[in-house]
Design a protein around this ligand. Sequence first.
Ligand code: BGC
Length: 730
Amino acid sequence: MKYFSLLTMLMLGQQVFASKAPVPVYKDKKALVESRVEDLLKRMTLDEKILQLNQQTVGDNNNPNNNGYQKPTFPAGIGSLIYFSSDPAFRNTVQKRAMEETRLGIPILFGYDVIHGFRTVYPISLAQGCSFNPELVREACTVAAKETKLSGIDWTFSPMIDVARDPRWGRVSEGYGEDPYTNGVFGVASVKGYQGKNLSDQYSIAACLKHYIGYSMSEGGRDYHYSEVSPQTLWDTFMVPYEAGVKAGAATLMSGFNDISGVPASANPYTLTEVLKNRWKHDGFVVSDWGSVEQLMAQGVAKDRKEAGLKAFMSGVEMDMVDDIYGQNLKQLIAEKKVPVAKINDAVRRILRVKFRLGLFDNPYTTIVDQRYLQPESKAVAEKLATESMVLLKNKDHALPLTGNVKQIALIGPLAKDQEDMLGNWAAHGDAKDAETVLDGFEKEFAGKAKINYAKGSEIDGTDESNFADAVAAAQKSDVIVVCLGEKKGWSGENTSRSNISLPAIQEKLVAELKKTGKPIIVVLANGRPLELVRLEPMANAIVEMWQPGVVGGSALASIISGRVNPSGKLDITFPLTTGQIPTYYDMRQSARPNSGKYQDISTEPLYWFGHGLSYTDFAYGAINLSAPKIHKNQKLVATVEVANTGGVAGKETALWYISSHASSISRPMKELKHFEKKEIAAGAKYVYKFEIDPMRDLSFPDADGKRHLESGDFVIMAGNQKIKFELLD
Ligand code: BGC
């Protein structure tokens, strides 16, 4: 009896004690994030703090560029994991260890590369930019975020906003093209799509702006190589989208592999600390790129792993992706007084802040649902984006759309019945089996209207011409030839540089054979970079750039070919005439002798400039109107332009507004895109596009240290084929 009452008393006592024990502030859902961060930080040992600064991997690595770094095990209290699985239950098991088997129960942050969709793969980013429809991209990223979150992942290494001017560089496919402003607008749209209104919302994931910064300047387009970026170009071109993305609240950034004019991007105190943290006040964290801390040795700025860790950490890289240098060296570096504890605290604080903002402490586990992928509404967004991303490059004598009198269509080419390559590179957990082929799309679209005669014709690469005859036969019995050409998905993306951006000769030969039939030829391109089309273009009556369109690309393309949808994409990157023209981009600076210094062997003009894209209707731009011919620096100027749809069908037109100034204290690009708006205009209708010019935002320029200068003088504003001068007064 005594025994029982003693036990009862003890239990009661424990209960009384337990109910009185205060909940630590960091576990209190109602406390402010900053108070929770500080409370937790105070409780952490140095070892626990250092663990937060490390990222390892779990699951089967599906990236061939990144093998050989993984460790078989990881500590339960690791800061972050790259999660190669898509199984939410497995994540929950791993998370449970962190929550229940570590002293403080700090949740792990699970990251992964979700670049253009998780399972509902939508077009590659380079294509998305051509839609000039940021709202649609935001919606697509929202779809991706939901599928990602439901698969156990809290953080995507996206968007990539590296302004890219060299199509030999394979990663040109991962960003939004050659223009700084466009990369900024779409980077912001992605951040908003992924992160939602609030990072702690049920289906929000954290975004990561990458690869900070200048990575796309790798010399000769050779990936991972040295990048020569002058301070002026850094600010004019590369900082623009990053500043926009940081302002939009991107939770994290990734430091690049590249060496920026002698100071590698992953050991660069100027970009990582002075600009990002001190000036832009970014309070999230920076993760290195895969192994980019260790690679400081290869780049010749660190003699060993320890020095590499010291340089990266002190420059402002808070999390070490996979190479375990921070894990192995930071404690020693602190003991040697090379790394101050305050700097460790600052780094941990930044990582914890993101975890708290994501709500991971309060909801560490993933909810398991039955249907998370390829939902009809998700596919609808993917299809709409694919449709708006496609660009009608050429349409001689209205070869397109294929209307009623076309009864037989020869659908030919190595990409016509292809699923794998429709997805493009970095297709996350995309499955080729989900992807519609072009043939699927055509059969659906033209059912009961035209017969589709399919023949492969050739492989994407190689020399085998044995299937040419079948293709020619299919062409001969058809009214028109649609030939689908392009690249394998693995030909663009990381580590996929090309010295020549032509298509393989076999594809050009196939078209030459088909041309002999005398039938009209519609070339459809599926590729991840601008191509050299100098030999193909003259053989084609029409060319549609379909890019790598994702799971519903077949339907999207077919709807354009049939004319059910009017194409509305415009190029976000210039197509040079030949590879030798690289670099060619629209915002170059003026030559000293604009009419001279041309190539002797070819035209200096690219084949298709940034902004090029045709429609099945015609848009006529009226004169640009200004609210005043002159304004002072503290005033706003409103420019408007009326655009009439003078053709027979409705169409979407994007007005691209450019500014140029011809006499500044430093030379400026010939023109710079400052605003765009896409709008559907009914046949015969008009729409007035408007651009409200804020002088400091739109007319100023940065110096080599990012300070903005607004100088009075003459400016020209352009839209469509119209331009007008105005004056900025002091
Ligand atoms: C790429 C990054 C990617 C990372 C993680 C690296 O090789 O450069 O873009 O986010 O791997 O997969």
